[in-house]
Design a protein. Sequence first.
Length: 626
Amino acid sequence: MEKEYKLKGLSLVNCENKKEIIQLLVGAVLFVVGLLLKENQIIQIILFIMSYVILGREVLLKAVKNIIKGQIFDENFLMSIATIGAFAIGDYAEAAGVMLFYEIGEFFEEAAVERSKKSIADLMDIRPDYANIKIDDEIKKVSPHSVKIGDIIIIKPGEKIPLDGVVVEGESLIDTKALTGEPAYKRARINDSVLSGCINQNGVLTVRVTKIFEESTVAKIIDLVENSANKKSNAENFITTFSKYYTPIVVILAAFLAIIPPLVLRESFIEWLNRALVFLVISCPCALVISIPLGFFGGIGGASKKGILIKGGNYLEALNKLEVVVFDKTGTLTEGVFKVKNIKPSDKFTKDELIKLAAQAEYYSNHPIALSIREFYDKNIDKNALKDYKEISGYGISVKIDDNDVLIGNEELMRANEISFINSNDIGTKIYCVKNGEFVGSLTISDEIKKDSKKTIAELKAMGISKTIMLTGDNIEIASAIGKELSLDEVYGQLLPIDKVKKLDDLLEKKSFKNKLAFVGDGINDAPVLKRADIGIAMGGLGSDAAIEAADIVLMTDEPSKIIDAINVAEYTKKIVWQNIIFSMSIKVLFLILGAFGIATMWEAVFADVGVALLAVLNATRVLKK
């Protein structure tokens, strides 16, 4: 079977390349033999015609088909009319030679395009080929599409995880690089969730499937990247519109060039017809039509390599116009993991006594704060010592520990029970502990700021972002402290999801009309705001359905600094696209003038068309390496 690379709607198949190479070689040999047989003009003309038909058959067929469809003015039409015109005026060698040169250029141009597409396709190597399903005591290799929720699959060392699931047996290291873009390993144990697309490193895992393939993480990522080309940037839309009007105009100009000068100047009709044909070949806009979409496609692929999934060229282009970046707090700028930051016992108790009592009191609670206290204590707790456990909604916990009455909770719990306590001024969530009516001390629990958050804010400002803002549901005291530490311009706290949307609407109205506002959130609770923003960026979107659905850009790691990488890729893509536009248009205009004045021949015309397109495409592929 021939090796085939596929990316929805795009393919590179080796046998097709072989067919094109054979056609080029046969056409080239006939053309060269024709040039050498100068003595026999009839055989020479026959060889040139044979060479032309072999080389230009597909161009001619495409031109006819497009004319039937009403799509007349494209490069196939222009090449057909120009070379047939050359035959008509007796320039047989030139007609065949131009078609040969054109096809050679097209071949290398397509090779460059396909190479870049293959680079994108290689990113989709996360697509699993099979799943090892366990049925009774047998293991069968099946298509991932046929596996159902609840089925048990076996993942051996070195294999890709084919579907999302939960480990029911085994332990192993999981390589998540394929999804995150970063070399990272995660330990997978019983009851841990594992995501499709990751690679099992060293142990055998038995996994219960939790999502069918079409809803799995890997399928959604593949679909996102494959369909990213459907959303065109302004530059791509401009070129499509430009080509629609540009090509008919140059055909009309070529007709005028062929007819009017001979009549007015009383010069050779053949001479001006030849100039008109040259003019037509030069006018092909394929360098722009191919290289600009490819530039954005390459930018999307380059970003994917870094673990940044961008849903379309329009969003990539919009990153160049960022004026305001709005952040959620928890899970975006902070780790989203509570940790004990400070322990303040009263004069009669020690730190060890306070943290032990707090950990015991929080033993049965599943609240993140309770988990952080127990994790900090990190010792065994005798649950037999606990009696009469009771959660007091909105306040805290009441429990008997070794026949001691213990209360643990917030300020309101202290006041409700008329406990004399020392109010903590620490920034964070304060937990107060009481034993037999006596104040034991306080603990401060807070969320850690991510390592690269401060650097990200500083770099955004250095890039010219006018405002960095935080919207959070956390209390304003904590939000303000974090905002101050990160040097954010504005901070708004204690916001419900609906409040966030209203505040974002206000910010959208205040920004300049042409520039963009991006909202960066965790993609789960912030879906409405992600949708409302000009650019929705989901932080930590790994495995989050809401992130992939709601956001325009998904950062597959928890690093805010990936936003900087995305902006850099967008800027580089814009630079390459404008290089292609300026270069292509400059060469086109120059050669159109040279062709009109009879200075450029058909050979130079083909270089101006295919050569410029090839150079522009090669330039566009540089984006993939950014």
